[in-house]
Design a protein around this ligand. Structure first.
Ligand code: SF4
Ligand code: F3S
Ligand code: FES
Length: 251
């Protein structure tokens, strides 16, 4: 039986470990044979197994749901485990996501950025009274539940953050991931915060008015979330609150 050989893939990786004294950023190129159904995650494992055991990259689920394998793939943020090499040219370049703390090579620590953003935006359900776990939740219209579920599909991979020019200029900018969360809570009738409360959180240049509609976020979101239309929705809502506040001051 003749076994056909796969393509020869040339994978260039930006390597640097800030924790190794004297290490310098450099591009290293690895050649591996493509296998049927190969993803970039499998290719990286091949490299680590057969070429360089010190290569650092992250993964957990291998199914596009944990968000940990996000990296810059041929210049664009994406998930290594959901990217088939068969859909790419044989020459591939990989680099770590910018913005986040670099652990080494392709591995970054998105957790501290996401945690700080979640805490800053208080991204959880707020209720005025202490939770009564025996109380039945009020009925929610299925359409509204669907809308909230849609936004809850965010896996905090950081692709939208890495693909947003505003974050490069304004460190505290909530990013599409943060604005998506606020939209999600604002829609949720169980969250009892007022328009003013949301305005305090995102009604400024680090929030919804800082977004310059660069659109990179939606282009690179692996979960295909409707980030653009939701940012526009939130901006309209915050404008309404801002105008009301301005009128009541004048009165
Ligand atoms: Fe990732 Fe999309 Fe969530 Fe941004 S909004 S963190 S790109 S899943
Ligand atoms: Fe950034 Fe997306 Fe706005 S890329 S500027 S959050 S439209
Ligand atoms: Fe979980 Fe890729 S390993 S999203």
């Amino acid at each position: 039986m003749i076994i056909e050989k796969g393509r020869l893939l040339k994978i260039s990786i930006l390597r640097f470990d800030p924790h190794v004294v004297g290490d310098k950023p450099r591009i290293e190129c690895f050649e591996i044979e493509e296998a049927p159904g190969m993803t970039l995650f499998i290719a990286l494992n091949d490299i680590r197994q057969y070429h360089d055991a010190s290569l650092k990259f992250d993964f957990v689920c291998r199914a596009g749901i944990c968000g940990s394998c996000a990296m810059i793939i041929n210049g664009k943020p994406g998930l290594a485990c959901s990217t088939l090499t068969a859909k790419m040219e044989a020459e591939i370049s990989l680099a770590p996501l910018p913005v986040f703390e670099l652990i080494g090579d392709l591995s970054v620590f998105t957790g501290n950025w996401m945690r700080a953003m979640n805490e800053r935006l208080e991204a959880w359900i707020h209720q005025n009274e202490a939770a009564d776990y025996n109380r039945l939740e009020p009925r929610m219209e299925p359409e509204l539940a669907e809308q909230i579920y849609e936004l809850d599909r965010c896996i905090e991979c950081g692709c939208c953050v890495a693909g947003c020019g505003t974050i490069q200029m304004r460190e505290e900018f909530a990013g599409a991931v943060g604005l998506n969360k606020i939209t999600r809570y604002q829609l949720d009738p169980r969250d009892e915060r007022s328009g003013d409360d949301y305005y305090e959180l995102v009604g400024d240049e680090d929030g919804v008015f800082g977004c310059m509609t660069l659109l990179g976020c939606e282009d690179v979101c692996p979960k295909k979330l409707p980030l653009q239309s939701k940012i526009a929705y939130l901006r309209r809502k915050m404008l309404e609150v801002g105008l009301k506040k301005a009128c009541s001051c004048e009165g």
